[in-house]
Design a protein around this ligand. Structure first.
Ligand code: UDX
Length: 450
């Protein structure tokens, strides 16, 4: 929304949330206090805020004044009832739709921005048409393809913008109104309009395909470790085939983030609900492989450290689900930590952007052990050298650039020997690390010498 406001100074955009603390943070004069860390975002907010971009808790007023309303609420995976663990929880979508229906006194275009199961637009329309004050609503689907850490750049220069709407005259008019807003900075040929179902499904499918590529290369990483191939070399070789392409072929400790797992689970649930069991099983395998990758990374640490990590210190460099974000949702680090804590390891975490509170909250949410136990077993520090001192092993969970710049000789001097490094991101230079004296192992690289 900030980028939309920045690019369209003549349009007034009000972002509303019932969470007063969060809105206060968005209005904070200290731009380093914004609730989200995203490169380039504070500059965008600085330019547009107070000019045509406003943050407020007065939801009703903003609904009443608006000609267009973007619904961007959370749609977490259901933790209860039918579809538990798979389906998206649409509670907040429905509450938003009901609030719009109650407050609106003029015609509006309502736009779904949250990723949703297919045919949600219809549900929103039913609520709006049946409970509203007789005003007309057009529902559009305009899902977000930006990735965290590069969100501002992705929005300024998107591969495509997808707008789904009704194929009626009114539907086409509504789509055109939204196309115009994006066209102020994006070439028209990159703005696609489709029917609502295609738009909704495309978002799930795009994320499923991307996640599938990561799981595919991660499956190959395990094979590389057994055979003597190097997964980066395989990635490069297959990625140069223009039909395959080079992106999303980086083997890792497993994908995380708020979208991939949730969207695939959603796809699986939708397929199952139509009785398409083979389709569901096919996509579920992407998640199974990802869970396996996280688990085997942890198990490799245990087996390398002479089959026990009980009472040993293990340092995690990185907790975020990828670099350049403080987001930790579904981060592989959480699950690797959980597996190692089950083996009674002590974990020390350093992440340049993630707070101590967040790390403990992530572990507490697993409900594997009490909050007290989590705080006894896990320590969070603000200095990477302190994190690594007197440790039995270092595990790299996030590909932060700064990890490459560390004085690894100094770190080597301070750790317990033999010094082990487990690189879950294939980030460091293997030769440098072994020359220093580390026992260095990376995802997708064999230790075979034959
Ligand atoms: C994703 C989609 O890319 C974006 O289009 C959508 O709108 C939201 O979901 P995001 O979750 O921000 O974006 O991150 P992304 O860059 O896609 O990475 C997801 C996960 O996959 C991360 O944990 C990342 O480390 C991992 N990954 C990605 C790999 O392990 N290897 C790769 O080659 C690429």
């Amino acid at each position: 929304m900030s980028v939309l406001a920045q690019q369209n100074p003549e349009i007034k955009i009000t972002v509303v949330d019932i969470n007063e603390e969060r809105i206060a943070a968005w209005n904070d004069s200290n731009l380093n206090g914004l609730p989200i860390y995203e490169p380039g975002l504070k500059e965008v907010v600085q330019e547009a805020r107070g000019r045509n971009l406003f943050f407020s808790t007065d939801v009703d007023k903003a609904i009443d004044e608006a000609e267009m309303i973007f619904i961007s609420v959370n749609t977490p995976t259901k933790t209860y009832g039918q579809g538990k663990g798979l389906a998206a929880d649409l509670k907040y979508i429905e509450l938003s739709a009901r609030q719009i229906a109650r407050v609106a006194t003029s015609d509006k275009i309502v736009i779904e921005k949250s990723t949703l199961p297919v045919r949600t637009a219809q549900a929103i329309k039913d609520i709006l048409d049946n409970t509203g004050n007789g005003v007309k609503f057009q529902i559009l689907s305009n899902l977000e393809f930006l990735a965290e850490g590069t969100a501002v750049q992705d929005l300024l220069n998107p591969d495509r913008v997808l707008i789904g709407g009704e194929q009626s005259e009114e539907g086409k008019e509504a789509m055109e109104a939204l196309v115009k807003i994006y066209a102020s900075w994006i070439p028209r040929e990159r703005i696609l309009t489709t029917n609502v179902w295609s738009s909704e499904l495309s978002k799930l499918v795009a994320n499923a395909f991307l996640a599938q590529r990561v799981s595919s290369i991660n499956a190959i990483s395990e094979l590389c470790e057994s055979t003597g191939a190097d997964v980066d070399e395989v990635s490069r070789a297959i990625g140069m085939d223009s039909r395959i392409g080079p992106k999303f072929l980086k083997a890792s400790v497993g994908f995380g983030g708020s979208c991939f797992q949730k969207d695939i689970l959603n796809l699986v649930y939708i397929a199952k609900s139509y009785g398409l069991n083979e389709v569901a099983d096919y996509w579920e395998q992407v998640i199974i492989m990802n869970d396996h990758q996280k688990n085997r990374f942890a198990q490799n640490i245990v087996s390398t450290l002479y089959n026990t990590v009980s009472g040993k210190r293990i340092t995690f460099l990185g907790w975020a689900f990828k670099k350049d974000t403080n987001d930790t949702r579904e981060s592989a680090a959480i699950y690797v930590a959980d597996a190692l804590l089950n083996e009674r390891a002590k974990i020390v975490v350093y992440d340049p952007k993630v707070s101590e509170d967040r790390i403990y909250a992530d572990l507490d949410e697993l409900n594997t052990r009490t909050p007290k136990e989590n705080r006894e077993l896990v320590t969070v520090v603000n200095d990477p050298y302190e994190a690594c001192a007197d440790t039995h092993a270092i595990a790299i969970l996030t590909e932060w650039d700064e990890f490459k710049e560390y004085d690894w000789k100094r770190i080597y001097e301070s750790v317990i020997k033999p010094a082990f490094v487990f690189d879950g991101r294939k980030l460091l230079n293997p030769k440098n690390m072994t020359d220093i004296g580390f026992h260095y192992s990376a995802i997708g690289v064999s230790k075979r010498t034959d």
